[in-house]
Design a protein around this ligand. Structure first.
Ligand code: UGA
Length: 434
């Protein structure tokens, strides 16, 4: 089928490339001409394992195209996917300006009947609004239906997730429109859950809010474990063996970040409030996460009277491994506070340094390896569990640092191993090693 995808961020680009790979003819549309030029040559604007290879393959096989021109992109499309951003407004609500602009562009440019598919995470009721904007601004005599098809892919494993998702949710109030989207997705061979428009919109928010709740829950349990002398990793393993709980998303750490959980949890609190319901539990989840981002700093301040003038190695900056994304990364809060307290920071991240430079203090020195960050440092702080950091030989800490003192915000190492290598070690929800 012929498909247009508007917006080439994580969701849009991965969706476009994967739809091309299963045999559709896909036009990806973006207003940024420089970005479009690069993508035409097979260069991905984002770091995502496996994405460029698939781009190059599908461009060569003439199924994947890029344009800045809406009219050209929409020409004879069977479906148009909306995958533009919905950034957070100051009050936590979702900003729908981009989505609404695309709806208008569709109305003004489509030349044949088409199904409009919303991939962007939008508050309940937005798809009705999109439909209204389109119907009110239609230029040609065509029929348009709107379908919600929320995205569940994770950054860093986006391609894998698209081909191996647990379910595809299709929300439609018009049966044939929903069927067409089911047909487009058939080659993925993933089970489809069909529902109405509003329930599909809610499934996306409720899923992200639930996952964020699991994280804040285990983080609070970890804080209690520290006080009563238990080990949160064993607690999580023991809990996770109950299939009703499940063993995923129970890794305690310095809190969730990224472009989705922080934004979507706040948006759902807003949506509930607007509907006359206070989502108390989710407010707690957000609050716990904010506190958790300060936990390493708290531990540091308990251990040292002052960190002024100390040389601190910061290992990992991205909000999670396998991405260069710095949005809402705990490293933003942590590095800011360390600098405020007068520390000297030497930071390493395998992929996010370029993005970090745009966001973090200009006083930070960036290096290209764990080794270079540790050399001559007074202490090390682990903020992201990249495999390059997890697999770094423990004996090198003692060799490279002035004193081997490590504050690990992601529980990267076994306690018995750090003990063996005589590292003073503070982690999350586990006993300290001194
Ligand atoms: C998340 C969801 O997992 C996707 O299903 C969803 O499609 C996406 O948001 C979205 O709405 O677009 P993502 O933000 O890429 O995906 O990242 P996750 O892998 O879910 O991790 C989110 C954060 O939670 C990270 O900061 C991670 O470090 C943290 N986390 C995750 C924990 O602290 N503990 C865990 O056990 C799991």
């Amino acid at each position: 089928m012929k498909i247009a995808v508007v917006g080439t961020g994580y969701v849009g680009l991965v969706t476009g490339v994967c739809l091309a790979d299963i045999g559709h003819k896909v036009q990806c549309i973006d207003i940024d001409s420089e970005k479009v030029e690069k993508m035409r040559l097979g260069f991905s604007p984002i770091y995502e394992p496996g994405l460029e290879e698939l781009m190059v393959k599908n461009i060569a096989e003439k199924r994947l195209f890029f344009t800045t021109n809406h009219k050209e992109g929409f020409m004879d499309a069977d479906a148009i996917y909306i995958a533009v951003g919905t950034p957070e407004n100051d009050d936590g609500s979702a900003n729908l300006l981009y989505v609404e602009r695309v709806a208008k562009d569709i109305a003004e440019n489509v030349n044949s009947d088409v199904v409009v598919v919303t991939k962007s995470t939008v508050p309940v009721g937005t798809n009705d609004r999109i439909n209204e904007i389109i119907q009110n601004n239609l230029v040609n005599n065509v029929t348009i239906h709107v379908v919600s098809n929320p995205e569940f892919l994770r950054e860093g494993s986006a391609i894998f997730d698209t081909f191996n998702g647990d379910r595809i949710v299709i929300g439609a109030d018009h049966e044939p429109a929903g069927k067409l989207i089911e047909e487009i997705n058939k080659p993925f061979d993933i089970s489809v859950f069909k529902t109405d428009l509003r329930s599909a919109e809610m499934i996306k928010y409720a899923s992200n809010a639930f996952l964020a709740t699991k994280i804040s829950f285990i983080n609070e349990i970890s804080n209690i474990c520290e006080r009563i002398g238990a080990n949160v990793e064993d607690v999580a393993l023991g809990m996770g063996q109950d299939s009703r709980i499940g063993n995923q998303f129970l890794n305690a750490g310095i809190g969730y970040g990224g472009s989705c959980f922080p934004k979507d949890t706040k948006a759902l609190i807003q949506i509930s409030g607007n509907a006359g319901y206070e989502f108390e539990l989710l407010k707690g989840v957000v609050h716990v996460n904010q506190n958790q981002q300060n936990l390493l700093l708290y531990k540091l301040n308990q251990r040292f009277d002052s960190i002024a003038g100390m040389k601190i190695a910061v290992l990992g900056l991205a909000f999670k491994p396998n991405t260069d994304d710095m949005r809402e990364a705990p490293s933003i809060v942590v590095t800011k506070r360390l600098i405020e307290q007068g520390a000297e920071l030497i930071a390493y991240d395998p992929a996010a340094i370029e993005n970090a430079k745009k966001l973090l203090s200009s006083e930070i020195i960036y290096v290209n390896s764990v080794e270079d960050a540790l050399k001559g440092s007074d202490l090390a702080l682990i903020l992201t569990e990249w495999s390059k950091i997890k697999e770094f030989p423990l004996e090198n800490y003692k060799k490279l640092m002035k004193e081997a003192i490590v504050f690990d915000g992601r529980n990267c190492y076994e306690l018995s191993n750090v003990k063996e290598h005589e590292i003073e070690y503070y982690s999350i929800g586990r006993p300290n090693v001194k």
